[in-house]
Design a protein around this ligand. Structure first.
Ligand code: HEC
Ligand code: HEC
Ligand code: HEC
Ligand code: HEC
Length: 388
């Protein structure tokens, strides 16, 4: 898209790191997939974040070998001799017309005195203070590059301090949880760009150099929310599907066949299942059976995403509740969006239908029909097609 809009402009892809999956069974498959994706897109540099080291130094080295781009970090270092794990910065060269432009890309992690990783041969890895190295470093890189960019995991306010303390940066690109920067996030003339996490946003930063190279660069930026209006790249889409499918296969193999549940007191309502309700509410049953809710789990099976915990919640009954859906092997009776997904657990009502139960209303839809998964949802348009 950008290439089409600005055919003459070189495009430089960078990432502020902390992309690695941690603590899930399929972490290795996911991380390999992310590296492959970054390779495909031709990333110029990626900051080495704490998460990339969560699986240990050796796992990171394996990850690094697969990457066709350099990792940068100026303040993740070995404790004994102070050597950094990866380059503190790199120069990325791009050609613009006849001119070669050298972009210095620095990695600066947030200070974390609690961070400690040991290598297999017993060396400690720590994170030093970014403030201590920043000033000297920016100066050093400034001498060798036309533009100096910092990638960072600092917060926005710390990034502002960095811009003031280390003059010479043209841009700070950061990632700190889901934080999104605003146009006003500028310090000492340096724009600060934070595009959130989980790949939901893409920051477009356009740098216009003054003709002849004299004077400051003009920087314009915008965070793009990557909704369906943005075209999919077929190659990356295929890779994503492959990786998600491989992760689903791992999760399916690991999924327990049975669940041990703590006993629930008889006074607390549990899930009875749509079949049970249908015995007394035939009209509602018929209306539900013809709706897509009654088949909502099939689409996850078809996409090989039926064991993805990020998906099942809205395509089943009561996921996360103590008597709700666990996985399709252990609780097959709780797949699909059933009566009780909207009306709540109904066992007490089944026993005594005179008890008040089941108010649903428009609000009951919005937990699943949220802007991300159901952007066009409008209760007054949707309800008539499932009215009962
Ligand atoms: C044994 C028969 C029976 C079963 C089984 C049963 N219901 Fe009911 N349900 C009733 C009766 C009777 C009423 C009251 C009808 C009325 O007041 O018009 C009722 C009322 C309701 C209401 C409306 C409450 C209101 O305040 O208007 C909802 C919603 C409801 N049931 C949902 C369910 C769901 C969901 C299930 C399955 C978990 C279920 N019912 C199972 C008999 C049953
Ligand atoms: C927050 C709730 C929620 C989560 C989480 C969720 N979905 Fe859905 N999904 C929905 C809703 C609601 C619809 C119906 C959307 C509509 O028609 O407006 C839907 C529809 C779909 C559809 C059919 C419509 C289409 O766009 O083709 C597919 C496929 C699907 N979901 C797959 C997934 C996958 C895969 C995941 C996990 C990555 C997932 N869903 C996670 C709520 C959710
Ligand atoms: C997608 C959510 C959803 C599902 C699934 C659903 N309902 Fe409802 N139901 C509602 C809403 C919303 C109302 C409107 C009244 C309200 O606000 O409770 C309602 C109303 C009702 C009523 C009261 C009707 C009346 O005339 O007052 C009954 C009974 C009922 N549902 C039973 C069921 C049964 C049985 C099933 C499964 C076969 C079911 N519902 C599935 C959302 C749902
Ligand atoms: C537990 C999650 C959940 C809740 C609660 C829920 N839905 Fe859905 N809904 C879904 C999913 C998932 C789909 C997509 C199923 C598929 O396409 O396989 C869907 C599909 C639909 C569709 C069909 C979409 C289409 O365009 O054909 C309608 C209509 C709908 N929901 C209306 C509602 C309404 C109205 C409510 C609230 C009363 C509601 N839903 C509550 C999860 C939910």
């Amino acid at each position: 898209m950008f290439q089409q809009a600005y055919p003459a402009s070189p495009i430089v892809w960078v990432d502020a790191g902390n992309f690695a999956a941690v603590g899930i069974a399929s972490a290795q498959v996911r991380n390999d997939g992310i590296i492959e994706g970054l390779n495909l897109m031709g990333y110029a540099a990626v900051m080495l974040g704490e998460r990339e080291l969560a699986g240990g130094y050796e796992a990171f080295q394996a990850m690094r070998k697969k990457a066709t781009f350099p990792f940068v970090s100026a303040n993740i270092h070995f404790e004994d001799d102070g050597a950094t794990l990866v380059e503190p910065w790199v120069i990325h060269k791009v050609q613009h017309g006849k001119r070669e432009i050298r972009i210095g890309i620095i990695g600066l992690n947030r200070y974390n005195t609690a961070f400690l990783k040991a290598t297999a041969d017993g060396r400690n890895i720590v994170i030093g203070s970014p403030a201590k190295v920043a000033r000297k470093l920016v100066k050093e890189v400034r001498d060798k590059a036309d533009l100096v960019v910092a990638l960072t995991s600092l917060s926005i306010s710390q990034a502002r301090q960095l811009a003031r303390a280390a003059p010479g940066l043209v841009l700070i690109i950061g990632a700190s949880g889901g934080v999104l920067s605003k146009t006003q996030d500028v310090a000492a003339g340096v724009p600060i760009v934070f595009p959130g996490n989980q790949g939901k946003y893409l920051a477009e930063v356009r740098v216009t150099l003054p003709p002849g190279g004299e004077g400051p660069a003009i920087v314009r930026r915008r965070n793009h929310y990557l909704n369906r209006d943005y075209p999919q790249d077929p190659e990356l889409q295929m890779l994503t599907q492959e990786v998600l499918g491989a992760e689903n296969d791992i999760n399916r193999n690991l999924a327990a066949e049975h669940v041990e549940r703590a006993p629930i007191p008889a006074t607390v309502a549990t899930y009875a299942g749509s079949e049970t309700c249908g015995a007394c509410h035939q009209d509602a049953m018929i209306s539900w059976q013809v709706s897509r809710h009654a088949k909502a789990f099939d689409i996850l099976v078809a996409k090989n995403q039926d064991f993805n915990e990020e998906c099942v919640g809205c395509h089943t009954v009561g996921f996360g509740r103590r008597d709700g859906f666990v996985n399709a092997k252990a609780t097959p009776e709780l797949i699909h969006v059933q009566c009780e997904s909207c009306h709540g657990p109904g066992s007490l009502h089944v026993k005594d239908s005179s008890l008040r139960y089941g108010a649903a209303g428009a609000r009951s839809c919005l937990g699943c029909h949220d802007p991300e998964n159901s952007p066009d949802f409008d209760f007054y348009i949707s309800w008539p097609s499932i009215r009962h």
